[in-house]
Design a protein around this ligand. Structure first.
Ligand SMILES: Nc1ncnc2c1ncn2[C@@H]1O[C@H](COP(=O)(O)OP(=O)(O)O)[C@@H](O)[C@H]1O
Ligand SMILES: [Mg+2]
Length: 387
């Protein structure tokens, strides 16, 4: 390969990216090669010369070419034969080829035969400007392809990282559920044993403190469990189907009343509200919203809880859950959807402050939004959309 001086040989494996794009030029006449090389160097590409098809194929082993300029008329192996052989190799199967021919008219049918990859032609004598313009177009396409490949590689790496992070999170969840929950339960159990078997050796205050420890450790266990549930359902795969939201709301309202039959409450649930979404996740969301409406209206003589939609016929209605309970201070509305944030004390209303952040995550996973309105002491309304 006397036409391939060492400094031009890029001996990286073909699949490795070269910093500069490379152009292969093949012509049996040295003077043509030199003229072409001088011209093409203006494009900033590496120019690799070959004086016959065999040398060209050897060069293909060492380079990934952005473009090949092949003289059609060459002894032994002509430009078309060479193109066929190049296209047979995986790495050069789509390399754009510009055939350089002396007679355009007779060749035009042959060009049409090359359907795979880009093919173009130039008629001798070559006009510098036309040649450079064509080459620049192909080099631009090559650079863009390289960029897309790089982005795809980065994207694939990111997806791998995410999958690894999710696996770590799963392991962490398991550890949390096991390692944190069991001591909390053990504490509660030992408190129970002491209060059952050793109560006599404690005074009134001692028994009270013991009871508090037991209650608090059970609360901690519940909290850990709630957190685990939250992390699980924010990653759980969604199954999209038609969901009857009215039916869901009705069954949730029955459950709430069943658990607290002493309360006087009226549920007003609009008919025929449905959407496309994940049935299980939407049930969790509605349970939280209706559960809150139920909880924060507990002090009303007659609780009134409503589930409906503004623009119910619209393909994207705004749903709402409204109650006539204590409401909240609207200045703190921004805190509602933050984890562990509560606008009411545990003494007034039991809770962990994980419900609304869970609802928001579910609504967001459905492409929707959630917001709330309230007048303190005059009930609250939670609005949400789903896409
Ligand atoms: N229907 C409602 N009426 C009044 N305040 C509400 C209502 N729903 C939620 N909130 C307020 O938002 C806070 C966060 O709600 P949530 O995340 O469900 O936690 P939790 O119910 O466990 O306290 C509650 O502590 C309460 O202060
Ligand atoms: Mg809640």
């Amino acid at each position: 390969m006397e036409n391939l001086p060492q400094d031009q040989l890029n001996l990286k494996r073909p699949q490795e990216r070269m910093a500069k794009p490379a152009i292969l030029i093949v012509d049996d006449r040295e003077e043509n090669l030199l003229a072409l090389e001088r011209l093409l160097e203006q494009t900033g590409a590496v120019v690799v010369k070959a004086r016959n098809g065999y040398d060209a194929l050897k060069a293909c082993l060492h380079h990934e070419f952005a473009l090949a300029l092949l003289d059609v008329n060459m002894p032994e192996m002509d430009g078309y034969e060479l193109a066929e052989l190049m296209r047979g190799e995986r790495i050069h199967s789509t390399v754009p080829i510009i055939f350089v021919t002396a007679a355009y008219r007779q060749e035009v049918e042959i060009f049409k035969g090359y359907s795979a990859g880009a093919v173009d032609y130039l008629v001798k004598p070559l006009q510098a400007e036309i040649l450079l313009n064509k080459v620049k177009v192909f080099l631009d396409i090559y650079r863009q392809k390289q960029e897309i490949n790089q982005l795809n590689t980065a994207l694939a790496a990111r997806a791998d990282e995410l999958a690894a992070a999710n696996r770590e999170l799963d392991a962490f969840n398991l550890a949390v559920s096991h390692d944190l929950r069991s001591p909390a339960i053990n504490i509660a159990n030992f408190c129970r044993i002491i209060s059952e078997k050793h109560a006599a050796s404690l005074d009134e205050k001692g028994r009270k403190y013991l009871w508090i420890i037991q209650e608090e450790s059970l609360r901690m266990d519940k909290l850990i469990n709630t957190l685990l549930g939250f992390s699980r359902l924010s990653r759980q795969e969604m199954v999209h189907q038609e969901v009857d939201l009215s039916a869901l709301a009705r069954s949730i309202s029955h459950e709430l009343q069943l658990h607290d039959p002493g309360r006087r409450a009226e549920f007003i649930i609009a008919e025929h509200l449905s959407c496309r979404g994940d049935q299980d996740l939407l049930k969790v969301a509605l349970s939280n919203l209706l559960g809150n409406a139920w909880k924060y209206s507990a002090k009303e003589a007659l609780a009134k809880i409503e589930f409906g939609a503004v623009n119910g016929d619209n393909p994207a209605p705004t749903f709402y859950v409204r109650d006539n309970g204590v409401g909240f201070n609207r200045n703190y509305a921004g805190k509602l959807f933050k984890i562990f944030q509560r606008l009411h004390s545990t003494a007034d209303f039991e809770g962990h402050g994980v419900g609304l952040v869970t609802v928001e995550r579910i609504i967001q996973r459905h492409g929707g939004k959630i917001w709330a309105e309230s007048e303190e002491g005059d009930g609250a309304t939670f609005f949400f959309t789903l896409k």
